[in-house]
Design a protein. Structure first.
Length: 51
């Protein structure tokens, strides 16, 4: 079997770029974890331990 490396940009051109731009609006904030209340998180994790 022969491997073929084709990027999505090559296959779909402008359509994939439009989809990626639209997805950026719905992406979560990557810094959400550092904004969490650590004391509440510690309380939760000690009360409901995940094993």
């Amino acid at each position: 079997m022969r491997k073929v490396n084709i990027s999505l940009n090559d296959c779909f051109g402008e359509k994939i770029k439009m989809i990626r731009e639209r997805e950026k609006n719905f992406s979560p904030d990557i810094n959400w974890f550092c904004k969490m209340d650590i004391e509440r998180l510690d309380t939760y994790m000690t009360k409901f331990q995940f094993i």
